[in-house]
Design a protein around this ligand. Structure first.
Ligand code: NAD
Length: 249
């Protein structure tokens, strides 16, 4: 039986790119997204690569939806080997003292609580079945402080704590949990953010040692390596993929 992966935020950007790359490794994919159309689009593209895929419409900030995507994946594939815990939003980009509490709740709800619910339910299934591998999506803003993204940065630092502490508790049970910390990467999320904050776009590429943004395909390559490769001794790492950005800060 082929391996199966759950990818949240799988309808766009990093999630979609990872779904396509992992399909090339023969992995069946459960595509989870709050936008049904986006999830279905990824499923169609993934199936063109010759593997099986299902779309699950779910809001990761709702624990009952998280339970649903885990249950539907198990019903269809009977296993969860890999989990790319990736759905997230950036927020509007304003300064913290100008941010409405409702927006803080929304960002924390999706980026941090959503990721924690995902690990809570998926890791349980994995451990009951002998183990598995998880990649959580942090960010450059999860390893350094950055202005205009205070809430986002807090959630992405939280992802780092979640990653490391899960390893402390469950590596002995066959669980590997790593995080990626991408710098600005050319996905729809970033395009929307820079459209709303044009002054930040000019500075972004110029501030990166490689003088360009990352691509979703480059990130997908890292995620696929961390989840599917035989390099099974990498655990609790937070891997920066940012053209040298945070290491030269
Ligand atoms: P994206 O907007 O292209 O894709 C995100 C997907 O998540 C979308 O399909 C969206 O519908 C889905 N989503 C949003 N809220 C959801 C919810 N509540 N439940 C389920 N699905 C939901 O964005 P992306 O750039 O691919 O971002 C993916 C992840 O990568 C996010 O966690 C983001 O914070 C992180 N990240 C992105 C960058 C970047 O530069 N693109 C850099 C660092 C980290």
């Amino acid at each position: 039986m082929s391996n199966a992966a759950i990818i949240t935020g799988g309808g766009s950007g990093l999630g979609q790119a990872a779904a396509l790359r992992m399909a090339e490794e023969g992995v069946n994919i459960s595509v989870v997204d709050v936008k049904e159309e986006s999830a279905l689009e990824t499923v169609e593209l993934v199936k063109e690569k010759g593997v099986d895929a299902i779309a699950v419409t779910a809001d990761v900030s709702k624990k009952e939806d998280v339970k649903k995507y885990v249950d539907q994946t198990m019903e269809h594939f009977g296993r969860i080997d890999y989990f790319f815990n990736n759905a997230g939003i950036s927020g509007s980009g304003g300064y913290f003292l100008e941010t409405e509490p409702e927006e803080i709740e929304q960002i924390v709800g999706i980026n941090l609580l959503g990721a924690m619910y995902g690990v809570r339910y998926v890791a349980e299934v994995m451990i009951n079945n002998g183990g598995g591998a998880i990649v959580n999506t942090s960010s450059s803003a999860g390893v350094i402080g950055q202005d205009s993204v205070v809430t986002y940065s807090a959630t992405k630092h939280g992802i780092v704590g979640l990653t490391k502490s899960m390893v402390a508790e469950y590596a002995k049970d066959g669980l590997r949990v790593n995080a990626i910390a991408p710098g600005p990467t050319e996905t729809p999320m970033v395009k929307d953010f820079y459209e709303a904050n044009p002054e930040m776009k000019e500075n972004a590429a110029g501030g990166i040692p490689q003088k360009r943004l990352g691509t979703p395909e480059e990130v997908a390559e890292l995620v696929t390596f961390l989840l599917t490769s035989p390099a099974q001794y990498i655990n609790g790492e937070v891997i920066r993929i940012d053209g040298g950005f945070t290491n030269t800060k």
